[in-house]
Design a protein. Structure first.
Ligand SMILES: [Zn+2]
Length: 475
């Protein structure tokens, strides 16, 4: 079997994945700031990380994934005050919403979801180490800063030009641009805008900066050195650059070996923004009648390092692709039924044309998660299976082996109905009738369309026409 190669942002090149401890993969994935419902751009990153996690498991690695929840920072404080709620109550709502959303997308849970406010002592201890090493200092504003002058490796991930850096200039915002490279805040002294949010520390009361949260929590759950650290390209600077500086300066050992970043998501070819009216949370999309599985499919079907253009036409295409897979799956189950009901163990033997597709699938995913090529192998398999079934040339044993192959691929991609969907899976017969009705409508054969709607109703499903196509719901 081929080995897994990934693109490491740190080296700007493809590298073979070699974990620090053979057989295990330790993965830190920057999680949500829980001040609002996450938007589909955020979920692009989480679905990419899910794909990575699943592929590592597929390759036999024991995965430990940590995803932090940022429940104290500039934004959570600002918006909890606007909502008139204590910080903890305010963020609790959005933590729950986040977990509901990732379940809807079939994202496998991480092993740890540490919340920043539960790890303040760890952050203080880390800042203290930087202080003791002469790399952190307390400024006249009482906040504690990281001195980038004292850390010559600063800028290695984002490839910053150090010659332009201004010594002793400070920035206390959590988020800033490359033009504002400066000493960044590790501990922010309390000020009026923080209201009742503060913790005591050796430097007076205050709160942690955003970047130190991830350094402290990754260290606690994964150790000072671990294998993979991921996020969106927006995280490269300053967040990940600052994380590396803090962690390596405090621990004296390399932080993460591989850095992986997923590209932006666009909507209808434009940057997503509230002012442009093309800003969508997952909930917005689901309320239009799409399923989490369809959204997942769209988010994962573009390579993670390419910009993804999110459109509703793309979601319709996702729906069509998934229906093809579901129909094939049902056909295979039917074809394998004689064997399965006879209680025989399905033979592992695939029909002779299938193993090359499996090899293509694995080689594609091993090449930096080349999902487009993997999906091509999947649909070549669908095509060949359908034609073997059409010719009545697929034995029950071959059908069972193909079901096993799909199940195996599904562990990597998560395209088959999720557990909660399974109970509600629409029978293929109903999907066929729905397809016939769509065609009847296209041909403006209204009596036929109505008759098909009645047949679908007789099988227990209501059809609803939406701008993006018909949807089914159980009666
Ligand atoms: Zn982070």
């Amino acid at each position: 079997m081929s080995t897994f190669h990934l693109y490491n942002t740190l080296s700007r090149g493809l590298e073979e994945f070699r974990p620090l401890v053979p057989g295990t993969a330790r993965l830190y994935t920057c999680g949500p700031t829980v001040y609002n419902f996450a938007h589909i751009g955020n979920f692009r990153a989480y679905v990419f990380e899910d794909l990575l996690r699943r592929w590592l498991a597929f390759k036999g690695f024991k995965v430990t994934q940590v995803m932090n929840l940022t429940d104290v920072d500039d934004k959570t404080i600002r918006d909890s005050q606007a909502a008139g709620l204590p910080l903890r109550d305010f963020t609790a709502r959005y933590k729950q919403a986040f977990f509901d959303d990732i379940r809807a997308l079939g994202i496998q849970p991480a092993e740890h979801y540490p919340a920043a406010t539960d790890h303040i002592p760890e952050m203080i201890a880390l800042i203290q180490r930087l202080f003791d090493r002469g790399i952190a200092y307390q400024a006249p504003d009482q906040s504690v800063y990281f001195s980038i002058d004292k850390w010559p490796a600063y800028g290695k991930l984002a490839r910053l030009d150090r010659s332009g850096m201004r010594s002793g200039v400070r920035i206390s915002n959590d988020e800033y641009e490359k033009e504002n490279v400066a000493d960044f805040a590790l501990w922010k002294a309390w000020d009026e805008r923080d209201g009742d949010v503060s913790w005591p520390s050796p430097w007076g009361r205050g709160r942690p900066g955003w970047h130190i949260e991830c350094s402290a929590m990754s260290m606690k759950y994964l150790g000072p050195s671990f294998d993979l650290h991921t996020g969106g390209v927006d995280n490269i600077f300053p967040h990940h650059e600052d994380e590396i500086a803090q962690s390596e300066a405090a621990n004296g050992v390399p932080f993460a070996t591989y850095w992986m970043h997923c590209a932006h998501l666009m909507v209808d070819g434009h940057k997503m923004s509230k002012s442009a009216g093309n800003f969508y949370t997952l909930r917005d999309v689901l309320s239009r009648g799409y399923t989490g599985r369809e959204v997942r499919w769209l988010l994962l079907s573009t390579h993670y390092r390419a910009a993804l253009n999110f459109t509703f036409a793309g979601l319709d295409a996702a729906r069509t692709a998934l229906r093809r897979l579901d129909t094939l799956h049902a056909r295979l189950q039917e074809a394998a039924a004689p064997l399965l009901t006879a209680g025989c163990q399905p033979a592992a033997e695939l029909p002779p044309w299938a193993p090359p597709h499996n090899e293509t699938f694995i080689a594609a995913m091993d090449a930096d998660l080349n999902v487009s090529a993997a999906l091509a192998a999947l649909f070549d398999t669908v095509r060949d299976t359908n034609s073997a079934l059409d010719r009545a040339e697929l034995s029950p044993a071959h059908a069972a082996a193909l079901l096993n192959l799909l199940a195996r691929w599904n562990t990597a991609l998560g395209f088959l109905p999720f557990e909660e969907e399974k109970t509600a899976a629409v029978p293929p017969q109903v999907l066929d009738l729905l397809q016939q009705r769509t065609e009847a409508k296209k041909a403006k054969n209204w009596p036929q369309a109505d008759a098909l709607r009645a047949q679908i109703a007789a099988l227990g499903y209501a059809v609803k026409d939406t701008p993006s196509g018909p949807t089914l719901s159980p009666l």
